[in-house]
Every structure is written in structure tokens, then in C-alpha cells.
Design a protein around this ligand. Structure first.
Ligand code: ATP
Length: 178
């Protein structure tokens, strides 16, 4: 979708702080394995939207134990974000379908929570549009963990330097042409 470079670590930290402030009745924890800028090629508002969908759901479907755990980690190719709640969980039968458009596990009960079953389908389309993946693990009565990963853009400074070098060489080549 995008050529915008976004610092994922910074945005996840911001989302964590925002949600902590908006939901003082929840205990939020953040396990940040990265602690420095890490970039992905994604529109800033798309990443924000993704985080909001997952964090909003975690809040919405945690009625008893109000605790949410966010984590951030990287491997060679990907940056991974995980949102874990200790809420109502999702049964095996429903797990495959939560990413479907308009799908809601409990239609009657979910109605009073607002929403129309679009959040996760949008999240999935966004992540896949950026060559990433989203998945869920859940146990009824224990909670859920939603994970998504996005390809890391390595060293945008180096990329920028390389581009500047190319531009310089092209400029010199042009000016020195007879
Ligand atoms: P909205 O469109 O506002 O996001 P929604 O929450 O119903 O509404 P989705 O985000 O797509 O829609 O979620 C689909 C369904 O998956 C929900 O209705 C809910 O039943 C289930 N679900 C999603 N997240 C969780 C969660 N963290 N814990 C338990 N169930 C969840």
C-alpha cells in the first residue's frame, strides 16, 4: 500500500500509553524487546488503526480480569506485535471465523458491546496488504492472544544514504556530459 516509513516501536509505545490513559480500570503491561526505532513500510494511520482494533477488542471482551499485555519483538525479517487479554476467549469453532467480515461470535451478547464484526477483517486485510500475517490463539474462559507481524525495513538511514549517493552520481554524470 505504502512507501511511508513508520517507526513501529514508537507507535506501539504511543498506543500503549494512550490505552493506559483511556482505561484506568485496566492493568496494562508492555514487554518491549526492541527499545529503539524499528521501521516498517506502512502508513502511520494504518498501523494506528490496527493497534486500535486489537486493543479495543481486548478491552471490550475482558469483563472480569481487566488486564492486557502488549509485546513487541523482532527477528531477522519481521517485527511482531502481540496483544494478550485474559477475557472471555474464543471457542475453537469460532476461531477460524473471527477474521471473516461481519462475523461475531455471540450476536445477541455482542450487540450491546457495539460493533459490527468488521474490525478484525479490516486488520487482516491491512496486515496482508503489507506482506505480513495476523493470527490468534485463544482458550475459552482464559483469554486470547492476537499476533501480527510486518516485514522490517532495515536501516532506513542506510537506504536513504544509498539513494542520496545514487542521486549525486547521476547529477555528476549529467553535469559532466558534454
Ligand atoms: P467491530 O467491528 O467494532 O470491531 P466486533 O468486535 O464485533 O466489532 P471484530 O473486531 O471483527 O468485530 O471481532 C469479531 C468477533 O470476534 C467479535 O464479535 C468477538 O466475538 C470476537 N473477538 C474479537 N476479539 C476478541 C477478543 N479479544 N476476545 C474474545 N473475543 C474476541
Amino acid at each position: 500500500f505504502s512507501h511511508e516509513t513508520t517507526d513501529v516501536q514508537k507507535l506501539v509505545t504511543q498506543a500503549f500509553n494512550d490505552f493506559k490513559m483511556i482505561h484506568p480500570d485496566f492493568r496494562f503491561t508492555f514487554d518491549d524487546d526492541v527499545k529503539k526505532p524499528v521501521y516498517a513500510q506502512i502508513y502511520r494511520n494504518h498501523l494506528e488503526q490496527l493497534l486500535i482494533i486489537l486493543l479495543d477488542n481486548a478491552v471490550k471482551y475482558s469483563t472480569k480480569r481487566k488486564e492486557i499485555h502488549l509485546s513487541l519483538s523482532t527477528d531477522i525479517r519481521y517485527i511482531e506485535v502481540a496483544v494478550q487479554d485474559f477475557g472471555e476467549g474464543i471457542s475453537k469453532d469460532n476461531l477460524d471465523r473471527v477474521f471473516n467480515r461481519f462475523y461475531r461470535v455471540d450476536k445477541a451478547r455482542s450487540r450491546d458491546k457495539g460493533g459490527n464484526g468488521l474490525g478484525l477483517s479490516i486488520a487482516q486485510r491491512l496486515v496482508e496488504g503489507y506482506h505480513g500475517k495476523i493470527s490468534v490463539e485463544s482458550v475459552v474462559g482464559q483469554g486470547s492472544i492476537f499476533r501480527f507481524h510486518l516485514p522490517i525495513l532495515r536501516d532506513p538511514e542506510l537506504l536513504a544514504e544509498a539513494q542520496a549517493e545514487t542521486d549525486k552520481v547521476e547529477k555528476i554524470a549529467k553535469t559532466e556530459l558534454p
